[in-house]
Structure formats: C-alpha cells, structure tokens
Write a protein that binds this ligand. Sequence first.
Ligand code: C2E
Ligand code: CA
Ligand code: CA
Length: 379
Amino acid sequence: FDAPFRLGGHELYLSASVGISVFPNDGVSVGDLLRNADTAMYRAKALGRGQFHFYTPEMTRDAQEKIQIESLLRRALDNGELSVHLQPQVEARGGRLVGAEALIRWDSPELGSVPPARFIPLAEESGTIIALGTWVLRETCRQVMKWTASGFELPQVSVNLSVKQLERPEFVETLQAILEETGIEPGRLKLEITESVVMAVDDAFTLLDRLRKIGISLALDDFGTGYSSLSYLKMLPVQQLKIDRSFVIGIGQNPEDEAIIRSVMALAQSLNFEVVAEGVETAEQAAFLSASGCHQLQGFLHGSAVAPAEFRARWSSLPRGAALPGVCSAGNCVQANSACCWPHWWLPWRRLRPSAFSLTVSAWRWNRRRNNCLAATCC
Ligand code: C2E
Ligand code: CA
Ligand code: CA
C-alpha cells in the first residue's frame, strides 16, 4: 500500500488497519469473532493506522467504560454533579493573589470523583464539551461577580478552552452573551488554550484577535510541550505563557529542564509575554522560578484547586496587599520561623492529614491575629 493508486489523473493513497480475533479464545460464533475483530481494528486505527492489532478482553471493558462515562456525563450537567474549583495564582515576588484557574470537577453518584483528564477527552469526542465548556465559562464568571458583589475581589480568572469550543462559529457570540449576562469586565477573564488547539483551529489568528479586541486575555497553556514555531508565537495575540509542569518538576534535578525554563524566560522577555509556571510544589522550585524572572506561580505550594467557599475563606482572610502563606517576598524562603509565617513543612503534611491540618491552620490564624501579623514576611 506504499505506492499510490492512479484514478482519473489523481494519486490516491490507501492504508489498511487490521483487527484480529482468534477462535475459540475470542469467541465461538462468527458474530462474536467479527465484533471483537472490529474492536481490535479500531484500536489499530487509534495507534496510528496502517497497523494490525490482536483483540484482548480489556478492549471491550475500555469501550464499555467509555460508553458508560459518555452517557453519565450527558446527565451530569442537568443533575448538578459538576462544579468549578479554583486554584490560586500568585505573584512570584511578593506572593500576592493575582488570579485563579477554574478547573472542572465531576462528582458522579455512580463513579465517584472522575478526574478531568479522564472525562474531558470523551466529552470532546462526543460533543458534550460544548455544553460543558459553556457552563464552566458562565459558572466561573458568575462566581467571580458574586464575590465582587460581596466584597471579595479576585483580580482575574482563567478558564480552559477546548478546540471543539473554538471551532464553533457561534463561540464568540456565546462568550459575549456570558460577559453581558454576568457583568464581568472582559479584562478579568483569561482564556487558556494549548499550542495544539491554536494549530488545530482554522484561522486561529483571526479568532484570537477577535477575543483580544473584546478585551479578553489569552494564555498559552502547557507551553513547551507543543510544536509552535517561534515565528508563529510572535504573531499570536496571547499575553501569557504557562510553563508546563513537566519542566518545573525537573528544577533541582534536571539541568536540561532548568535550561529550558531559562530559555523560555529569555524568549518571553524579548517578545513581551508574561510567564506563569504551573505545578509549583516546592519552595526550591518557587525560588528558582522567581530568580529566573517568572512572574506568577501556580501549584500545590500555594494551594490546589478548591471549591469557591474554601477558596474565599483562605484568601480573603489576608489583608489586601499582604504576602500570602507559603511564599515570602524574596521567593527563596525554605524555612519559616516567625509566628506570622506559614511553615513550609506543613504542605506535605497537609495532604496526609487534612482534618488535623485544618485545626492547626485555625490555631495559626489566631496566633497571627494575636501577633498583629499584617504582612507575612517570613525570610
Ligand atoms: P491543565 O489546564 O494543565 O490544569 C492543570 C492541572 O494540573 C490541574 O489538573 C491541576 O489540578 C493540576 N495541578 C495544579 N498544580 C499542581 C501541582 O502542583 N502538582 C500537580 N501534580 N498537579 C497540579 P486537573 O484539574 O485534574 O485538570 C487536568 C486537565 O483537565 C487540565 O489541565 C485541563 O486540560 C483539563 N480541564 C480541567 N478543567 C477544564 C475545563 O473546564 N475545560 C476544559 N476544556 N478542560 C479542562
Ligand atoms: Ca490550564
Ligand atoms: Ca496546563
């Protein structure tokens, strides 16, 4: 099949993907054998076409699970099983809260808590992502404005966008309707798109330009994992690059990752992009990023994505402009000993013992008040 077929002056290339089922292990009737060979053929296609694949019982289990998730997800929106959690984004030098990323959560009565990495690709495949993505946008803007009305001002909020949403001709109109309906200022909304999304959408430049003209901010998510060329990048109307977690993990362990981070910083500086690092888990990573010129940090060091009530309780208790727990103004604090500060060794412990941790935090807050801690200067 490597050579083309000639048809009416055209050259046509064909490829064959083959699925194989074997009697009697994979079925004793013709119907069962054909059905299972078909399942194996789809796996062969998914692995890159032009291949063959033998049937295994896991394939049927996977396919059944996929169908189950897809049908439960369609109901989930109407049943109120979905929610939006928020993860803080803080200034790398100074630790002030500058924004939050909205991340969808699905609490299914049948499946328990399903991670987005499991259901978002299926929602994209089935088209449910359109309703789901619109819901996340509306719910996030509504939440931010509800906070504003009650005195808690989140400077900016980021929402993830799927390629399927951007491909819809009515996307910009839907977005504008949400902005009007919720009253959020366009500048307070940031949309996160990945490099692959930009490459996949026809005429992405025109579309992103329209969003920019409305006043919405744009961030390039998972930066460094895609294939966008530098000339392409220069022309994109995005303001922010989000360094992918896979590079942040390497800080202090992998000199190549550190070199990539430094290069991204230099590139961002010369092309005038703001940089956010994601997946920041340790004080060492925060210190390196801050020293390299990274503007904002996001990761478990400053908090994971939590429900809106918890987010507000944690972040509104600090006086406006004060440095936040877990960060110090120099960004290189490994150990904190002042009563005003948030000891870094609490962070791993927090994940192990959440209930004991919340009691300790209450005591810490009380102690801060007693010590008149207004700014957390931990170094
Ligand atoms: P993402 O946009 O790259 O989001 C960051 C993911 O990293 C989130 O996972 C977040 O919880 C996780 N994360 C943040 N800080 C840390 C850290 O310090 N360490 C570690 N290990 N992980 C960290 P999550 O919430 O499971 O979301 C996974 C992906 O699902 C997102 O990746 C995004 O691609 C997609 N997603 C989530 N919500 C939405 C949504 O509303 N719409 C769309 N289209 N996609 C979404
Ligand atoms: Ca994101
Ligand atoms: Ca990301």
